[in-house]
Ligand binder design. Structure first.
Ligand code: HEC
Ligand code: HEC
Length: 222
């Protein structure tokens, strides 16, 4: 009996001793199988459709229909597809510096970008109203006529009277969240958003109050 216990005891010791080596082997094996899985992935995993990427990733911040509820996240619904592709490309390159979207865009292929752009451009923008810059406001004056004294051009000259923008060149601004608009105007001014020299040249001429007024006006624009 005592011999048996001794035998069992040394067997246990041996097992414990070899645990370290074993765990090394196990983790090596795990790494190997992970490598195999990665190598095999392209053949196994099907391409994700825009709908799948939207529901699993983008919808958390931009909503499924591209009309985000959080006002710092832009509405993408009805935005021109060329503009969306450009922004995603710029986020990936870093010319439009943004920690969140930089990470998102890094995971997208150019085909994904195209598909996502088509998807969001086909959604209907939900309209909104300005908080205080409605008809006859400073915001409206800047948008429609610019500011002569400081040589600020009319925003409408590029973005259109109704904020519809021009496909391929100028983004749609109609009904975009005021909070988001303001962040962008400031990012153009500081150069954090360095992907639009035209907008940087304009935003350096705007005061904080003028920015806030026109940002609010655009939220109600239609
Ligand atoms: C965690 C939240 C979050 C997720 C998830 C997210 N976004 Fe964004 N997105 C943002 C924010 C915040 C901004 C504004 C960045 C800035 O201030 O420059 C933005 C900006 C954008 C813009 C620029 C829009 C414009 O008007 O210039 C596009 C295009 C965009 N996102 C597409 C996507 C797509 C496509 C996905 C899914 C693959 C996605 N986003 C996922 C938060 C998110
Ligand atoms: C000469 C043409 C031009 C004029 C005038 C102009 N913009 Fe722009 N704006 C652009 C372009 C081009 C872009 C897109 C830049 C890019 O491709 O990233 C842009 C982008 C923007 C954006 C960012 C939109 C988004 O979804 O992120 C805002 C906000 C904006 N403009 C506001 C204004 C305001 C306010 C005025 C008037 C004070 C104005 N713009 C006048 C050309 C113009």
């Amino acid at each position: 009996m005592s011999v048996n216990i001794k035998k069992m005891g040394s067997a246990l010791a041996l097992t414990l001793l070899s645990m370290n080596m074993l765990s090394v082997n196990v983790s090596q094996a795990a790494t190997k199988s992970a490598e195999v899985a990665v190598a095999a992935a392209p053949a196994v995993v099907e391409k994700r459709t825009a709908q799948q990427i939207v529901t699993t990733v983008c919808a958390a911040c931009h909503n499924v229909d591209g009309n985000s509820s959080i006002t710092l996240n832009p509405k993408l619904a009805g935005q021109h597809p060329e503009y969306i592709v450009k922004q995603l490309t710029n986020f990936k390159e870093g010319t439009r510096a943004n920690a969140i979207m930089g990470g998102m865009a890094a995971a997208l292929s150019s085909e994904d970008m195209q598909n996502l752009a088509t998807y969001f451009s086909e959604q209907k923008t939900t309209l909104d109203v300005a908080k205080t810059n409605g008809h006859g406001s400073i915001g409206e004056k800047i948008y429609r006529g610019g500011i002569q004294k400081t040589n600020v051009p009319a925003c409408a000259s590029c973005h259109g009277a109704t904020g519809a923008g021009l496909p391929k060149q100028f983004p749609r601004l109609s009904a975009q969240h005021a909070d988001y608009n303001l962040v962008q105007l400031k990012a153009f001014r500081t150069g954090e958003r360095a992907n639009a020299p035209m907008m940087t040249a304009i935003s350096v001429k705007l005061t904080d109050q003028e920015m806030a007024a026109v940002a609010d006006y655009m939220q109600g624009l239609r």
